[in-house]
Design a protein around this ligand. Structure first.
Ligand code: TYD
Ligand code: MG
Length: 453
């Protein structure tokens, strides 16, 4: 007999015995015994009883894979890896109010118009509200079937009967499975509902898209617990004050991870942005100290973004280091390398770094652009206009070439840039007229562009 397990409905921590207070999050009366999943591990050991032999197949097969369904919204199809794969389970996470329901309603309408039978199940809004939004977005004529329901058993029964090609569940936090004894939105409910929906997708060939809210302060009851169950995890992100929204694939069994789709929130819903570089640079004025254009790669696509740095004397004993859109630890590393290898101290100075447009970048190739922005801000000296920067900095102060140099340069040229600073050693770009400056280490870079430092 398997031992009973217990978990906290607030934070999801699991325990072998019951207690009144969760050691994980400190909440009282949140621990309860886990109910078994309807399709899941057996409660008793398998014992000696023989099972059924599983049919094995070869890797090679003549069967053509089922075709992917395309919505015609290119930014979405590309992030999915080239369209929707039948029988796949997809999680779309994001902050509340960022536009997930808007995006998925538009996607539902687009898929339905392409002939895929699509069901939109809203657990948050009444059907009338969804219909009203659809009308406002000009989608009222799309053949999407609506339901406002939160009971998972009823939803699965409906799906068995309707046999749609795609079902959208908005959101997974409002669903409840009646075999699980905790409130909707709790970790055990979210996990159980996602598990049931994912197994249903695999068994019947229906694609399931689940919406999951994440909270800024943590992942409590957030979609993190279902990330490993689904095939594809997309995050819909953006700054609330900006109109840009970025759909990013962080996991994709059927395509490239880190692919992004860029949208703009307008009065009539989300509009595709087919040339994101132009958009991210559109707010850029005359080149000023602290501003540097980074030629990055997001997924399979080059994207140019502006990095902005501000360096000012700090009134605090512990100077501030504030980063938006990049990794704080990586900033600390760049500052340390500048200090140790080039003798440029940042002690006593507040440092702010911002990626313009609300984009989040994670590429190490942004190192050199960050260093350039920091130095430019510190020395109050603008880099030459029409210059893009990219390259990785190692702890020794050496510069490493970035991948896809050619694609980055082509994109820069397309947007009217005429020169680039990139480490030597990378493949020389063919087919671009961009003047390349190739420092081999950080000291050389500082010397060439900021005097001796
Ligand atoms: P919504 O899709 O409801 O967010 P989520 O499902 O992620 O919680 O989007 C809510 C926001 O989007 C709301 O603040 C208003 C804005 N919005 C527009 O600006 N234009 C539109 O056409 C729509 C439908 C929403
Ligand atoms: Mg919503």
């Amino acid at each position: 007999m398997a031992k009973p397990s217990f978990s906290c409905s607030a934070c999801g921590a699991s325990f072998t015995k019951w207690s009144g207070r969760c050691e994980g999050c400190g909440e009282w009366n949140t621990i309860s015994q886990d109910a078994g999943l309807s399709v899941g591990p057996a409660k008793t050991s398998l014992g000696a009883k023989r099972g059924r032999a599983v049919t094995l197949t070869d890797l090679a097969s003549d069967e053509t894979p089922p075709p992917r369904a395309c919505s015609g919204i290119d930014e979405l199809d590309r992030v999915l890896g080239g369209g929707l794969v039948p029988a796949s389970a997809i999680l779309v996470g994001g902050d509340p109010g960022i536009g997930k329901s808007t995006l998925l309603l538009q996607a539902a309408a687009a898929f339905a118009r392409k002939g895929l039978k699509t069901l939109y199940v809203s657990g948050e809004e009444a059907s009338a509200q969804v219909r009203m939004r659809a009308r406002r977005l000009g989608l009222a004529d799309a053949p999407v079937q609506l339901a406002a329901e939160t009971n998972l058993r009823d939803i699965l029964t409906t799906l068995e009967a309707e046999k749609p090609g795609l079902v959208i569940i908005d959101s997974i936090q409002t669903m409840w499975a009646d075999n699980v004894d905790s409130a909707p939105g709790s970790v055990s409910q979210v996990r159980a509902s996602a598990h049931e929906l994912t197994t249903f997708a695999k068994r019947t060939g229906v694609s399931v898209i689940m919406v999951g809210h994440v909270t800024k302060d943590g992942q409590i009851a957030g979609p993190r617990v279902v990330e490993h169950m689904v095939d594809t995890v997309l995050y819909f992100e953006g700054e609330r004050g900006h109109q840009f929204r970025i759909l990013r694939s962080v996991k994709n069994r059927f395509g490239a991870a880190d692919e992004i789709g860029v949208f703009e929130m307008t009065g009539a819903g989300l509009a595709e942005v087919t040339n994101p570089s132009a958009l991210f640079l559109s707010e850029r004025g005359t080149p000023s100290p602290g501003s540097v254009v980074f030629a990055g790669i997001e997924g399979t696509r080059p994207v140019l973004v502006e990095l902005q740095a501000l360096v000012a004397p700090s009134p605090h004993s512990q100077p501030r280091r504030t980063v938006v859109g990049w990794d704080g630890g990586r900033l600390a590393m760049i500052l340390a390398v500048l200090e140790a290898r080039c003798g440029i101290p940042f002690a006593g100075l507040d440092v702010y770094l911002n990626v313009a447009g609300g984009l989040k970048i994670s590429e190490p190739a942004a190192d050199l652009a960050v260093a350039a922005a920091l130095l430019s801000a510190r020395e109050d000296q603008a880099l030459p206009a029409d210059t893009v920067v990219f390259g990785e900095i190692s702890l020794s102060g050496a510069l490493r070439p970035a991948s896809q140099t050619e694609n980055r340069l082509k994109e820069a040229q397309k947007l009217g840039f005429t020169s680039a600073i990139a480490p030597a050693g990378g493949k020389t770009a063919v087919g671009t007229d961009i003047a390349l400056k190739r420092p081999s280490d950080l000291v050389g870079f500082v010397g060439e562009f900021f005097g001796a430092g």
